[in-house]
Design a protein around this ligand. Structure first.
Ligand SMILES: *[C@@H]1O[C@H](CO)[C@@H](O)[C@H](O)[C@H]1NC(C)=O
Ligand SMILES: *[C@@H]1O[C@H](CO)[C@@H](O)[C@H](O)[C@H]1NC(C)=O
Ligand SMILES: *[C@@H]1O[C@H](CO)[C@@H](O)[C@H](O)[C@H]1NC(C)=O
Ligand SMILES: *[C@@H]1O[C@H](CO)[C@@H](O)[C@H](O)[C@H]1NC(C)=O
Ligand SMILES: *[C@@H]1O[C@H](CO)[C@@H](O)[C@H](O)[C@H]1NC(C)=O
Ligand SMILES: *[C@@H]1O[C@H](CO)[C@@H](O)[C@H](O)[C@H]1NC(C)=O
Ligand SMILES: *[C@@H]1O[C@H](CO)[C@@H](O)[C@H](O)[C@H]1NC(C)=O
Ligand SMILES: *[C@@H]1O[C@H](CO)[C@@H](O)[C@H](O)[C@H]1NC(C)=O
Ligand SMILES: CC(=O)N[C@H]1CO[C@H](CO)[C@@H](O)[C@@H]1O
Length: 469
């Protein structure tokens, strides 16, 4: 989820980016492109695939506005200027259609709602008694940070133990900061329990919370963890980074799941729901050990995660030095698509981004096919469209398999104008030029149409088309 928040920021810092920077230098960035990508495994027949049903599934329980840091980070990732006013509007602005996926988690017997994030690696929870700051570092009352609870109390946990002499330190491009000590404790999601999981419990937060979550479940790779071998958070660096197993890899190590899969099915909302609700208990499933329990079709493919490398974790499992679930897209298909050069570059499966961000020529050519056509709003730089426009077909081909996107996903109401008319944007937005270093995003607009099953141990992801719903 959206927590891509952390992931993307970590990604940027790995690239050597600074707050507000629009250029990234590839100093530490070691991207491994897979030859295997040329031979994806098509799971055409006998689907239910080779994938087993999940051992454990939990529902997604709520939607909340995405944090600003994520929007800014995404803007920066796409090479846009985060310091100008336009950056605020590049990504959806806290509208009902822009949300995070949350689920309940128990840590040391204490219950919290955490954001689910396939783009970051730490599972952290704010600590009771924390100090809150604004983004300029001025002390504030705790409620300004807008966590969904008073926080975790390590003294009240029978299973908590401190992880001595280390610290947690994350700084976001928009100035958000979380830092503090780290412990190990039992973490339970649904029926899945992991013992002695490393859990940062920050005491200092400059946080733009949503009033519901108290932290994040990071489902990405060990390389993205941000715990450092120093008690002085100022001394945190790549050199003293402690690579540890994130929650799901710990579950694999502790044999709490039969198979090394976690799977996500994200449901689309209806226009009507988005209009009136800020809470929806039926947004899909996060599943462990197999594929999420929703009806699927036979159309399915397994492809390697690009950038995955077999560094080993402390406990000997393969991990990756990247934090993203990146795939190669073969092509985008829509009326007139034969005239545009499509996707040469990395595309990230991101549960935390609402819309798709595709190469400029793709976004422009597709926008022109709406009737009436979608046009770029000069203020927001987003493609806006009549809410009742006719939507052209669109499909994404990955590993030789073509996954259509439901037309309902391609028009999103984002708010009202001064005359109370609903403003709509398209689900396919401009992610910048298709050039070296570019990163594009397959967001919720795409992910509503597939079940995404991640295998972070073998570095593969399986996309399976959902039955219409
Ligand atoms: C999470 O916990 C709250 C409070 O106990 C409960 O009301 C809610 O239904 C739970 N949500 C899910 C998705 O289980
Ligand atoms: C836990 O106990 C220690 C020692 O008594 C105390 O300093 C600390 O503030 C307590 N933490 C919380 C969150 O209550
Ligand atoms: C931290 O660094 C010290 C000194 O180099 C080392 O002995 C210790 O094992 C490190 N701790 C961890 C958790 O890596
Ligand atoms: C966190 O670590 C970075 C170095 O990686 C450092 O520049 C920054 O000041 C630290 N943040 C805090 C609040 O100590
Ligand atoms: C949403 O609220 C508006 C205004 O109160 C109402 O007219 C409309 O019927 C509601 N829609 C749904 C699906 O409840
Ligand atoms: C993308 O790849 C195609 C075929 O390999 C090539 O013709 C095209 O020039 C590339 N696009 C860009 C922007 O370089
Ligand atoms: C779409 O809505 C506009 C007004 O918002 C209306 O003028 C137009 O006739 C509608 N088009 C269709 C196809 O319903
Ligand atoms: C728009 O709707 C809101 C709430 O329904 C109302 O307070 C406001 O006056 C309306 N504005 C216009 C221009 O009609
Ligand atoms: C990471 C990657 O594959 N980058 C490619 C993006 O597209 C340009 C133009 O085709 C290539 O030169 C890059 O290698």
């Amino acid at each position: 989820m959206a927590r891509d928040v952390i992931p993307i920021l970590s990604f940027l810092s790995l690239l050597g980016a600074r707050a507000g920077a629009t250029n990234t230098e590839n100093s530490n960035f070691n991207f491994v492109r897979h030859v295997r990508s040329l031979t994806p495994r098509a799971d055409s027949e006998a689907v239910a695939l080779h994938l087993p049903q999940a051992d454990v599934s939990v529902p997604f329980g709520a939607k909340t506005p995405r944090r600003k840091s994520k929007r800014l980070a995404l803007a920066a990732l796409r090479g846009r200027d985060t310091s100008s006013s336009r950056s605020d509007t590049v990504v959806l602005d806290g509208s009902d259609s822009d949300f995070e996926y949350l689920t309940n988690v128990t840590i040391g017997g204490q219950k919290f709602s955490l954001s689910v994030d396939t783009g970051s690696s730490d599972t952290w929870v704010i600590q009771q008694g924390f100090s809150c700051f604004d983004l300029d570092g001025n002390p504030q009352s705790q409620d300004v940070c807008a966590f969904g609870s008073g926080g975790f109390n390590p003294n009240a946990s029978k299973t908590f133990a401190p992880f001595p002499d280390v610290s947690f330190n994350i700084t976001y491009t928009d100035g958000e900061v979380l830092l503090g000590p780290v412990g190990v404790d039992t973490v339970t999601i649904g029926g899945l329990s992991v013992e002695k999981q490393v859990v940062p419990i920050p005491t200092h937060a400059a946080y733009l919370g949503d009033g519901i979550n108290s932290g994040i479940i990071g489902l990405s790779f060990p390389g993205g963890t941000t715990v450092f071998n120093t008690t002085d958070p100022l001394k945190a660096s790549k050199a003293n980074q402690i690579i540890y197993s994130p929650f799901f890899l710990s579950a694999v190590e502790q044999k709490q799941v039969k198979n090394p899969y976690f799977s996500i099915a994200l449901d689309r909302d209806s226009f009507e729901q988005e209009e009136n609700d800020t809470f929806d208990p039926n947004l899909g499933f996060l599943s462990f050990g197999g594929i999420a329990p929703v009806p699927v079709l036979k159309n399915s493919v397994t492809v390697p995660i690009q950038g995955f490398s077999t560094m080993t974790t402390q406990k000997g499992l393969p991990g990756s030095n990247l934090f993203f679930y990146t795939v190669d897209v073969d092509s985008y298909t829509f009326p007139g698509s034969d005239k545009v050069i499509t996707a040469n570059n990395s595309t990230v499966l991101d549960t935390g981004t609402t819309v798709n961000f595709f190469p400029s020529p793709v976004a422009a050519a597709y926008a022109a096919q709406f009737s009436p056509p979608a046009v770029v709003d000069p203020n927001t730089l987003l493609y806006t469209v009549a809410c009742n426009a006719t939507v052209p077909d669109f499909a994404v081909t990955i590993g030789g398999k073509t996954f259509p996107i439901d037309k309902r996903d391609q028009i999103l109401p984002t708010g009202k104008d001064a005359d109370n008319n609903t403003i709509c944007i398209t689900g396919t937005q401009d992610g910048g030029a298709d050039q070296a270093g570019a990163v594009f995003i397959l967001g919720d607009v795409f992910l509503h149409n597939v079940v995404t099953t991640f295998n972070p141990v073998d570095g593969e992801v399986t996309l399976t088309q959902r039955a219409p719903y």
